[in-house]
Design a binder for this molecule. Structure first.
Ligand SMILES: N[C@@H](CCC(=O)N[C@@H](CS)C(=O)NCC(=O)O)C(=O)O
Length: 222
């Protein structure tokens, strides 16, 4: 039997969370090793397992993968969540690059001092409302289909739901002007693998708290 993919990261969302979402949505079980100490991180470095000295790192199919987007696109292709041809794939890449940019703003904000953090998170909500969500609302309106690309469930749908839920944690009414995104959220949340991932006790991680921020800071020395 094939071994489960193994994820190496901190015990928090950060750059790994979209990888967890994609695996969970594909119905793939995975193991996690949480980095909690400098010694653990240095061992990974010393053993040459981190290509550019960074995590996320994922062991899968006999490979040691790093670079978040590369890992996500490998998983999307492997689990048939990456469109039926190059034209669908590039659209999925555009949509997921957009939602990754938005979610990275949230991840980075956790490490800022309180006043700056508040300002950054307000900007996230503004960007979601004015830059990102109008685009996805229009895509759904223009083609009238259930999914973002090719009328088929893909990585783009999974990551848009992840982004919507993250922004809703900052502003629960963020979808009030986006009726099609509201319906999309309900639809995608009810896909059985995703529904399961959204239940308490899954490998989904909570928003960053002060403990998470402290661990990352102390392991990475910043
Ligand atoms: N482009 C990389 C960036 C990875 C990255 O910056 N990882 C951080 C943790 S979230 C890290 O390992 N930082 C340590 C360092 O850069 O030395 C990716 O997307 O995976």
């Amino acid at each position: 039997m094939a071994t489960k993919p193994k994820l190496f990261y901190f015990c928090g969302r950060g750059r790994m969370e979209s990888i967890r979402w994609l695996l969970a949505a594909a119905g793939v079980e995975f193991e996690e090793e949480f980095i909690e100490t400098t010694e653990q991180y240095e061992k990974l470095l010393k053993d040459g397992r981190l290509l550019f000295g960074q995590v996320p790192m994922v062991e899968i199919d006999g490979m040691v993968l790093t670079q978040t987007r590369a890992i996500l696109s490998y998983l999307a292709a492997k689990y048939d969540l990456y469109g039926k041809d190059l034209k669908e794939t590039v659209r999925i890449n555009m949509y997921t690059d957009g939602t990754l940019d938005l979610m990275l703003m949230i991840a980075v904000a956790a490490f800022k001092p309180p006043a700056e953090k508040e300002e950054s998170l307000a900007l996230v909500v503004k960007r979601a409302k004015t830059r990102y969500f109008p685009v996805f609302e229009k895509i759904l309106k223009d083609h009238g289909e259930d999914f973002l690309v090719g009328n088929k469930f893909s990585w783009a749908d999974i990551q848009l739901l992840e982004a919507i839920l993250m922004v809703e944690e900052l502003d629960a009414s963020v979808l009030s002007e986006f009726p099609l995104l509201k319906a999309f959220k309900t639809r995608i949340s009810n896909i059985p693998t995703i529904k399961k991932f959204l239940q308490p006790g899954s490998q989904r991680k909570p928003p960053p708290d002060s403990h998470y921020v402290e661990v990352v800071r102390s392991v990475l020395h910043f």
